[in-house]
Design a protein around this ligand. Structure first.
Ligand SMILES: NC(=O)c1ccc[n+]([C@@H]2O[C@H](COP(=O)([O-])OP(=O)(O)OC[C@H]3O[C@@H](n4cnc5c(N)ncnc54)[C@H](OP(=O)(O)O)[C@@H]3O)[C@@H](O)[C@H]2O)c1
Length: 288
């Protein structure tokens, strides 16, 4: 396909204003590694803790998760009663059974927000009563510090108002973009799994800094601050990364010499293969 417009994830919904979300009722079913940060982002966006109902697999687990988040524990049925948004943060293999169980008790206008990787909108919609509003979200773990990325895939029954509500609820997670289900595999390569690759790259660079003689805590802070600073420079200036790179490669200098090794050792090709493998695995794992 050579229609490049279909490859751009567009931020079509506004994130400039800060609407009052204190009255929005959210059911968070599954507040684990990903559901927890999603709940935290919603609280940061202004959801009242009394209106964020957390239901895990047992009462004790729900209470623990609710206390950690500063939200309210509930049973699954209590949580979804009168919910405006029902976040499904359970494992992908559990989600269709859960949806089938909850489906008929969902409030008519509620939006179901699925975090499950690889489970398509049509599978979730088919397990719910006809006309149910479903949005798929693909977040990454840096949303836990408000610096993540979330790709949203909008189901047919989601009107603009409810889609804007989902954007507003996630506005403190980081960058929130609308993508198609075809784009989610590339999104996983460029954001979802990329968080893991970034940790691995930072770890590898830190180890080499230690091997070059720096103390570990100094190596940690230099590598992490430099990676953050480089990303912030690009984000704030809009500069192309190749231009920024050329700006630090003085003729005959250290960076030019290091960069030659970067290409000679196949780092670029290795990174491309890493991302391509993640995207390919995402395609394999997605049902149809
Ligand atoms: N982790 C990531 O980086 C990532 C990235 C993108 C998308 N996702 C998606 O996020 C979803 C959750 O993954 P995760 O890594 O957060 O898993 P997780 O840490 O294992 O969390 C799963 C949560 O679901 C709860 N749960 C299990 N069965 C339940 C039930 N019957 N009713 C209510 N709650 C139940 C668990 O509660 P208990 O602790 O009480 O069992 C736990 O809080 C998955 O669908 C995954 O595809 C994850």
């Amino acid at each position: 396909m050579d229609d490049t417009s279909s490859n751009s994830a567009e931020q079509t919904f506004s994130d400039a204003s800060s609407p009052d979300l204190s009255g929005v009722r959210v059911a968070l079913i599954g507040a684990g590694n990903m559901g927890g940060p999603v709940g935290r982002a919603m609280l940061a966006a202004g959801v009242d803790p009394a209106n964020l109902h957390v239901a895990n697999s047992s009462r004790a687990s729900s209470e623990r998760a609710a206390e950690e988040l500063g939200a309210t524990a509930a049973s699954r049925q209590e949580a979804i009663q009168e919910a405006d948004v029902v976040v499904l943060g359970v494992k992908p293999y559990q989600i269709l059974d859960l949806v089938a169980e909850l489906g008929h008790d969902l409030p008519k206008d509620a939006v179901v927000l699925s975090l499950a990787a690889g489970i398509t909108l049509s599978r979730i919609q088919d397990a719910l009563p006809a006309g149910a509003a479903v949005v798929r979200a693909m977040p990454n773990t840096p949303i836990s510090v408000g610096e993540g990325a979330v790709g949203l895939m909008r189901g047919d029954a989601v009107d603009d108002e409810r889609h804007q509500l989902v954007h507003d609820l996630l506005s403190r997670a980081g960058v929130v973009v609308d993508i198609t289900e075809d784009q989610v595999h590339a999104f996983i390569a460029a954001a979802g799994s990329l968080a893991g690759f970034a940790f691995a790259i930072i770890e590898a660079m830190t180890e080499e800094a230690v091997r070059q003689g720096l103390k570990r805590d100094l190596a940690d802070s230099l590598v992490q601050q430099t990676m953050r600073g480089a990303a912030t420079m690009l984000l704030e200036s809009g500069m192309h990364p190749a231009v920024a790179k050329a700006g630090v490669c003085s003729p005959g200098g250290t960076t030019a010499e290091g960069y030659a090794a970067f290409e000679r050792e196949g780092v670029r090709a290795g990174l491309a293969a890493t991302m391509a493998a993640a995207a390919a695995r995402s395609r394999e794992l997605t049902d149809s």
